[in-house]
Design a binder for this molecule. Sequence first.
Ligand code: FAD
Length: 451
Amino acid sequence: VLEARETIGGGIRTAELTLPGFAHDVCSGCHPMGALSPYFRVLPLAAHGLSWIHPPASVAHPLDRQPAVLLRRSLDETAAELGATGVPGSTSRALPARSRTRSSRISLAPVRVPRHPFRMARFGLQGLLPATTLFRARFRGQRARALMAGCAAHSILPLERPLTAAVGMIFALTGHVVDWPVAAGGSRAIGDALASYLRHLGGTIETDRPVRSLADVPPARVVLFDTNPGQLADIGERVLPAAYVSRLRRYRYGPGAFKIDWALDGPIPWRDPRCLEASTIHLGGTLDEIAAREAAVWRGEHPERPFVLLVQQSQFDPTRAPAGRHTGYAYCHVPAARPSTRPASSSGRSSASRRASATASSRGTSCARRARAGEPELRRRRDHRRRRRPAAVLRRPVLRLDPYSTPNPRLFLCSRRRRRAAACTACAATSRRRSALRSLKRLPERLEPLG
Ligand SMILES: Cc1cc2nc3c(=O)[nH]c(=O)nc-3n(C[C@H](O)[C@H](O)[C@H](O)COP(=O)(O)OP(=O)(O)OC[C@H]3O[C@@H](n4cnc5c(N)ncnc54)[C@H](O)[C@@H]3O)c2cc1C
């Protein structure tokens, strides 16, 4: 493994971003997909130091002038949260427990010919719809619609777009299978456990080793790239067809994220204290409000009160902060190609503080690095229109039967950018491994050096 930075982990690093003794997750903080990943389950990660801490509830969704809605593992307890107008024949309720687990695993896998076509078709037909359409049709009550909209907003897409219902259903479904956990000690524990197991198997990791061309890659039969499509185009230009390279270069990024880390004097003083039971808080109001806020981001606007995702790790993991003190982070989606941090910072903070009082120390980081300053406005807008088509979501960045393969059987593009549907690194790991192993078997014994 070659890692450009001083430390491994990428989005699963944990660092003292605010004050000494406060461990903050740099990007991902909550890992339902990691806990459910079929591949992670076969790795001895617990023996290599990874343990998940499960909160009593996955999500709390505060609403004005009423108690927060909690997504709990129990269907009946969640249904009770939704009130009388909640879940007539909802997707989850229709599935018995075993089937829910299996359905969540199927839906976490990348898009390919499904092994359970009928189950997938039942899920997929509803999932094809925009979240706004399906959730307004399936749920009568504002509380259920808001909860599902918050889950769908993890897609970082306008909720009027096809397939966003699938994202909402998948995230809600995972909450009925596993309470959205945090990693004990910080998300870095996931990377550390993977690294420890890799070394145990004889693998090596070199940090401070940016790969800029194939000459930087040691002799290898296959290479898996955890880079963005543009980087792969630059690195692999010589051994990939020109048309493919040009498609990779045309790949355009959606909105980024603006994140604030907090070192706190105490637990977040939520107006509804039950919010402290959930690892993740969705702050965005009703389905209509969340849909309007996410749509605004895609129009290139900073909404006055954005949809905010907040994680309160130390509530469940005391190792994250000194005794009696706490950590937390919140992020909202921000328009691509407008990496201005001021509006997001102030509006994100105000969204959180409407539901809680002041915080001790905060640090804002613009994760909108995807945003390409200087990109022509016209081109960006054209891309937004293109992405409205469901095919664009599946293509990411180039449509292929084996989603991780490239036209060169020795190169694979395995980063999250490859598939939004895979939702995180962990879920796609099985498929990448299979994809690379299949190719390895087919390759001739003797191969030319790639570089
Ligand atoms: C604010 C925020 C919050 C998030 N919260 C969650 C969450 O709670 N749960 C969740 O599941 N997901 C979450 N995510 C998403 C998650 O962080 C990403 O999906 C995940 O990190 C993507 O993994 P990746 O391996 O594709 O890329 P990365 O995590 O970016 O890893 C890529 C690695 O490759 C290295 N690299 C890249 N190019 C080169 C090169 N040319 N040479 C050498 N090394 C290179 C990088 O330095 C990095 O270490 C969040 C994201 C953000 C921004």
